[in-house]
Design a protein around this ligand. Structure first.
Ligand code: HEC
Length: 147
């Protein structure tokens, strides 16, 4: 009886330790932002090529939009996306764009375009490519001001 009780307590303690590790990981992920070098310069260049092919006829090569298609840089970008995650932005783009043919590009083409949009909004490139993994994308917050 006593041994069984101890076993339960031991298991509960182990669970608490695991829960602590898990929440520490979540907290560490939550602190990532678009200022942390979350895409590479090469990826943004690939994204630029795809953007010019698939998006520029409406949003234009300078990303300022044509008056109907909105600007994807500067104040309009931050008004729409600041404090949301890169994952939120990616899903919104994939499910609606290119207008008339949503979700028609490969997962990698979409993240490359997002990398290009971030670079054109003056976020810094880094050593790691932006992945297609939605959980990772949702852990990166778009922040207007540098920390
Ligand atoms: C045929 C014209 C056209 C093409 C091509 C096009 N867009 Fe758009 N886009 C629009 C219009 C019009 C809107 C505004 C209406 C809307 O949100 O559906 C828009 C809206 C958007 C928005 C804002 C969405 C939101 O939720 O606020 C983003 C971001 C965007 N486009 C990105 C892209 C990207 C990236 C591509 C290329 C993969 C692309 N667009 C291709 C016309 C276009």
């Amino acid at each position: 009886m006593i041994a069984r009780r101890n076993g339960t307590i031991g298991a509960a303690a182990a669970l608490l330790v695991l829960a602590g590790i898990f929440s520490a990981n979540v907290a560490a992920q939550d602190t990532k932002s678009t200022w942390d070098g979350i895409f590479t310069a090469e990826q943004a260049e690939r994204g630029e090529a795809t953007y010019n092919q698939e998006c520029a006829q409406c949003h234009l090569e300078d990303l300022l939009g044509d008056g109907i298609a909105p600007s994807l840089i500067g104040a309009p970008f931050h008004f729409r996306w600041s404090e949301l995650s890169v994952g939120d932005m990616l899903v919104a783009i994939r499910t609606t764009m290119p207008q008339g043919a949503p979700a028609s590009l490969s997962p990698r083409a979409y993240v490359d375009i997002v990398a290009y949009m971030l670079s054109r909004n003056d976020f810094p490139a880094g050593d790691m490519e932006l992945p297609t993994d939605q959980d990772v994308l949702e852990s990166i917050i778009i922040q207007e001001d540098a920390p």
